[in-house]
Write a protein that binds this ligand. Structure first.
Ligand code: PEP
Ligand code: MN
Length: 278
C-alpha cells in the first residue's frame, strides 16, 4: 500500500466528487464533470473585477478566481489587496451567483477566509506548509491544492493526505507546472502527472494552464491537452487588459480569448462524455 493511504485509489470505491454550494445551486468538481474556473491573477479594482465577473458568468464559467493575498517573488511588487479586496469578490459573488476561489497563505486568515470564500486555494509555494495543511484538515471547506513547483507526484499526494487524514475529504488537486531547465516557459506542464494521478488517486484533478506556461499564446492548447488527459477541469487567468495587469499579465487571456477557449473546451468535454454545468 502507498504511503498516501486515504488519497490512494484503493481507499474508496469510485471517485471523489467535491460539492461546492453556490447561491441557488451546487457546483461539482470531479467524476463526470468538466469545471471551469476563471478570473484575474489578483483582484485589482472593483469596477474591473465586477465587469470581468459578469463577462465570465455570461460565457458559462462555473467559478471565479481572484487573488487577495499574492505570494510574490519580490517583496517590492504588488502583493494583493488583502482583506480590502474581499468585499469586491463578495459583490461579484452576489452579482453572478458564482462561487469564489482564493488563496490562503497565512493560517491566521483561516476564519476570515472560510467565511468569505467557497474554495480555499493552497498555492504552489505553500504545498508543504504543514501547519497550514493541518488547519485546513479540520474544516470541511473544499481545498484546491496546487502542486509545489518542485514537488514530486508522491509529495503532492502526501500533502493531500495531510488534509484528508485530519478529516477534510474535499480536496481538489491542481497541476500548475513544475520548474525545469526550460526557460521559454515559466514552468513545464506535467500532463503525464494528470493522467497518472487519475490512476493513483480518487481525488479530482484540475489543471492551471496559465501558471504552467507563463504565456497566454499557449494557454489554450495546454488547457485542451489537460482535458484530453483526463483533467476534471481547468483554472485560467483572464484580464481585460493583460498588458496593464498588476501581476501575471503575460499569461492572462483577454475575455475574448477566454470565450474561444471555453467553446473549445466545451467541445472536448462532450467528446470525453463530461458534463459542463449550466
Ligand atoms: C495563483 O494561482 O495565482 C498562484 C499564485 O499560483 P501558484 O501557486 O500555482 O504559483
Ligand atoms: Mn497568477
Amino acid at each position: 500500500m502507498e504511503d498516501f493511504k486515504m488519497a490512494a485509489r484503493a481507499a474508496k470505491l469510485g471517485n471523489t466528487l467535491v460539492e461546492i454550494p453556490a447561491p441557488g445551486r451546487t457546483i461539482y468538481v470531479g467524476e463526470g464533470y468538466c469545471t471551469i474556473i476563471a478570473g484575474p491573477c489578483a483582484v485589482e479594482s472593483r469596477e474591473e473585477y465586477l465587469a470581468l465577473a459578469l463577462r465570465l458568468k455570461e460565457m458559462g464559467v462555473h467559478m471565479l478566481r481572484g487573488g487577495l493575498f499574492k505570494p510574490r517573488t519580490s517583496p517590492y511588487t504588488f502583493r494583493g489587496l488583502g482583506r480590502e479586496g474581499q468585499s469586491i469578490m463578495a459583490e461579484a459573488r452576489v452579482l453572478t451567483g458564482l462561487p469564489l476561489v482564493s488563496e490562503i497563505m497565512d493560517v491566521r486568515d483561516l476564519d476570515y477566509m472560510c467565511e468569505r470564500v467557497d474554495i480555499l486555494q493552497v498555492g504552489s509555494r505553500s504545498m508543504q506548509n504543514y501547519p497550514l495543511l493541518e488547519e485546513l484538515s479540520r474544516i470541511k471547506k473544499p481545498i484546491l491544492l496546487k502542486r509545489g513547483l518542485a514537488a514530486t507526484i508522491e509529495e503532492w499526494l502526501l500533502a493531500a493526505e495531510y488534509i484528508l487524514a485530519g478529516g477534510n475529504p474535499n480536496v481538489i488537486l491542481c497541476e500548475r507546472g513544475i520548474r525545469t531547465f526550460e526557460p521559454y516557459t515559466r514552468n513545464t506542464i506535467d500532463i503525464g502527472a494528470v493522467a497518472l494521478v487519475k490512476i493513483l488517486s480518487h481525488l479530482p484533478v484540475i489543471v492551471d494552464p496559465s501558471h504552467a506556461t507563463g504565456r497566454w499564446d499557449i494557454v489554450t492548447p495546454v488547457a485542451k491537452a489537460a482535458i484530453a488527459a483526463g483533467a476534471d477541469g481547468i483554472m485560467v487567468e483572464v484580464h481585460q487588459q493583460p498588458d496593464l495587469a498588476f501581476s501575471d499579465g503575460r499569461q492572462s487571456l483577454t475575455p475574448q480569448n477566454m470565450a474561444s477557449l471555453y467553446e473549445q473546451i466545451r467541445t472536448l468535454a462532450r467528446l470525453e462524455k463530461k458534463v459542463i454545468q449550466i
